[in-house]
Design a binder for this molecule. Structure first.
Ligand code: SF4
Length: 359
């Protein structure tokens, strides 16, 4: 039986139920989810599905990440709410490709972990699955593993086996709508040009889950714990000196009262040069290199290849600032001597991150 898989939280429980109910059936997992955006999130969910299938001894096939075809299929439905017409197309498309795959590899039956989703009625899914099964000359299996305390059992299992729990359905449209409603930044969509891994970004989660994979292979006990912390994202920044754009690096947690300020350097305290307005501070690249023990030859080089975020945040301490300091700190090659204009669009916000602890 080919089992279309959408994520590990759904599949881990669903596959174990199938193994019990169909003991003579060889199950083949099929991860086909081109709806998931961005690719890093797709990769992270796949990573956890691989782990789950390995635990359960189930072969897994990765489908094509044909996101352009998916986008084409939902064209015109971008503004539909979740559970609306876009979701219907999204479910149908994943069903159809799964049925096709099952027939192609010679399976007689297919099913999908989407059957556990509260987004569609089981009856509707069964009708769609049966029609596709008929088209490809196979059968559709539609067990109801949500009934009784199924959903509760699924959650207990997900916690017990420390599965990766995504907090949005998958696509770009659903994500942006959800974050708008939550009045929360869609920080999943931020990847700085420097490639620096931001705290609680998808890239940070991938690093954590890959490390967890290694610990499991070594047999090292671990725990994934949650921590509330202050997060930050830089959306845009620009420094102008006498109306000319100047290369500048903005330190993490730099925040302005508004988005724009202007002024002049008023005084210096040691290596730190203070602007006349909005608590803005400047340091030279030379100071940065000395305190961070780096050897950047230009700010542009620093911009494209900065140290890891966790190391960079320690610079505020080294400059003698308080741990709660959120002033804008700008690194330039020379301290500006003329009129300064600074634009910083950043968000500083309370967030929750996962940490991997060995025990
Ligand atoms: S919200 Fe979820 S089900 Fe709906 S279209 Fe997006 S990914 Fe598909």
């Amino acid at each position: 039986m080919l089992v279309h898989i959408c994520c590990s939280v759904d599949s881990h429980y669903f596959l174990q139920k199938l193994q019990k109910d169909y003991p003579d059936e060889k199950l083949v997992g099929f991860f086909y989810d081109p709806n998931i955006h961005p690719y890093s999130e797709y990769y992270l969910r796949l990573l956890d599905v691989k782990r789950s299938c390995k635990m359960l001894g189930i072969e897994l096939i990765e489908g094509e990440y044909d996101t352009e075809n998916w986008l084409e299929a939902v064209r015109g439905l971008e503004h539909e709410p979740e559970k609306g017409a876009r979701c219907a197309v999204c479910f149908d498309r994943r069903f159809e490709v799964s049925a096709q795959k099952a027939a192609q590899i010679g399976e007689k039956t297919f099913t999908s972990t989407l059957l556990t989703s509260p987004k569609k009625s089981l009856k509707q899914l069964k009708t769609a699955g049966d029609a596709l099964a008929e088209k490809f000359g196979i059968a559709f299996v539609a067990p109801d593993y949500r009934k009784a305390s199924g959903t509760q059992e699924q959650n207990i299992l997900a916690k017990q086996d420390q599965l990766y729990r995504q907090d949005y359905c998958g696509c770009l449209f659903g994500l942006t709508m959800q974050r708008d409603q939550q009045q929360k930044l869609a920080d999943e969509l931020f990847v700085p040009i420097s490639g620096q891994v931001q705290p609680e970004s998808i890239e940070a989660r991938i690093a954590l889950y890959e490390k967890r994979w290694k610990l499991e292979e070594q047999g090292t006990p671990y725990r994934i714990v949650k921590q509330r912390f202050l997060n930050w994202r830089l959306k845009f920044a620009q420094l102008k000196v006498r109306k000319e754009v100047v290369a500048a690096h903005i330190l993490p947690y730099s925040t302005l009262r508004g988005e724009y300020t202007r002024g002049k350097i008023e005084y210096a305290t040691g290596d730190v040069y203070h602007m006349s307005r909005d608590e803005v501070k400047f340091i030279t690249l030379e100071t940065y290199n000395r305190l961070m023990q780096t050897a950047y030859i230009s700010v542009t080089e620093l911009l494209f290849d900065p140290p890891p975020f966790e190391e960079e945040v320690t610079l505020r301490n080294r400059l003698g600032f308080s741990p709660f300091d959120l002033s804008a700190v700008v690194v330039t090659e020379k301290i500006p001597e003329n009129k300064i204009e600074l634009l910083i669009q950043s968000e500083t916000y309370s967030d929750v991150q996962e940490k991997l602890l060995t025990i």
